[in-house]
Ligand binder design. Structure first.
Ligand SMILES: Nc1ncnc2c1ncn2[C@@H]1O[C@H](COP(=O)(O)OP(=O)(O)OP(=O)(O)O)[C@@H](O)[C@H]1O
Length: 350
């Protein structure tokens, strides 16, 4: 756990970049710092590994004051990933990743084996290992940056706008990769971004900072969206706050109709229901299409996907019905407009 206890950073010219900040970054979780340019995100992050020292207050790493730990020792347990990866241009990828193990005195083979294992972990082709950074795309370089930060298996990872220099598609895949990695590794991650969508997607908890380095709100994404603390947070979250909130509502309680599902062998004989289209399923239970219609249909995984996904599936079907499937892709029922309506009304209530 990383604890900020009334931390203030005043730069030598008197400028206060972080003002009386108290937050906790839980062990094994992703804590995101988000806010407009100049609000003190990078300063906050760098005070953790003492690239910048706090002026007032304390930062505790599992209860120990970081000011009492000498920086090289402190940084051994803290991986650091920055924008545009910051790789050494004249070192091969494998040696870039093995940087910290080399510094720690590991033998060359062990360090390189570790590097190869990590390259695979972050989704890079082992063939890339012998290349130089300029021979990789921005997204690939970013993956190498993550691999390098993980090389000595530090419990803490600091990430400063790591994905902001790549295009939106690569960015989405890097975000997903990070979530997948985190589900295996459970690092304590502090992640800086100015992008609220990225913060909502990645953060277990999100700290919204305003210019002047003041904390505006510190909450789980779901709470930020449903209960923004003030107008600044509301505005920062943007217009489609309501729609995005649906991402956090489960489809578990969505009422399904199984009488609207027919097997392909029985389909020709069954009459269309008066209040909804029938979904024809194959022998093994997979969706085939609406009976007597070649209109498209949308599916969502019942109980796993969010209400937002169910609504999206319904909007893809001209009938306004969403096809609920299980994780194996078998149809478990149909969420009708009425069922979705009821779920939306409930979401709006609370
Ligand atoms: N060495 C310094 N001396 C004086 N002021 C500084 C110094 N370094 C940063 N600042 C100021 O502190 C404020 C916070 O900077 P910081 O880099 O932490 O912001 P940020 O939220 O990470 O911004 P961005 O999103 O633009 O990277 C800024 O107004 C910046 O100009």
């Amino acid at each position: 756990m990383i604890t900020f206890d009334s931390v203030t950073k005043r730069y030598p010219d008197g400028f206060v970049a972080v003002d009386d900040l108290s937050i906790e970054a839980e062990t094994g979780r992703i804590t995101v710092l988000v806010g407009p340019s100049g609000c003190g995100k990078t300063t906050t992050l760098r005070m953790i590994n003492r690239m910048i020292d706090a002026t007032e207050g304390q930062i505790l790493l599992d209860g120990a004051d970081v000011k009492k730990i000498d920086p090289p020792t402190l940084r051994r347990g803290i991986g650091y990933v920055i924008q545009q990866a910051g790789l050494f241009p004249h070192r091969k990828i494998v040696d870039n990743v093995a940087t910290v193990p080399y510094l720690l005195g590991w033998d060359k083979k062990k360090a390189r084996d570790r590097a190869m294992e990590l390259l695979e972990r972050v989704g890079l082709d082992p063939k890339m290992a012998q290349r130089y950074p300029f021979q990789l795309s921005g997204g690939q370089q970013q993956r190498v940056g993550v691999a390098r930060a993980l090389a000595a298996d530090p419990p803490v990872l600091l990430m400063d706008e790591p994905f902001s220099a790549v295009d939106p598609i690569v960015r989405t895949s890097l975000q997903e990769e990070l979530l997948r990695l985190q589900s295996e590794l459970n690092k304590t991650i502090v992640f800086v971004t100015h992008d609220i969508d990225e913060a909502i997607k990645l953060g277990d908890k999100v700290a919204v900072l305003r210019v002047g380095g003041k904390l505006a709100q510190f909450a789980a994404p779901k709470t930020l969206l449903s209960e923004p603390a003030d107008d600044f947070v509301r505005e920062f979250l943007g217009r489609d706050r309501g729609i995005r909130r649906l991402s956090f509502i489960s489809t578990e309680h969505l009422r399904l109709r199984t009488d609207l599902v027919v097997s392909s062998s029985a389909a020709s004989g069954s009459a269309a229901a008066s209040d909804g289209l029938l979904m024809v399923v194959s022998e093994d239970g997979r969706p085939v299409g609406w009976q007597g219609s070649d209109e498209p249909f949308g599916t969502y995984v019942h109980g796993k996907d969010s209400l937002r996904a169910a609504l999206d599936a319904a909007l893809l079907s001209p009938s306004g019905q969403a096809v609920a499937i299980d994780p194996e892709g078998k149809v478990v029922g149909i969420a009708t407009r009425e069922a979705l309506d009821a779920a939306l009304a409930e979401a709006a209530d609370g």
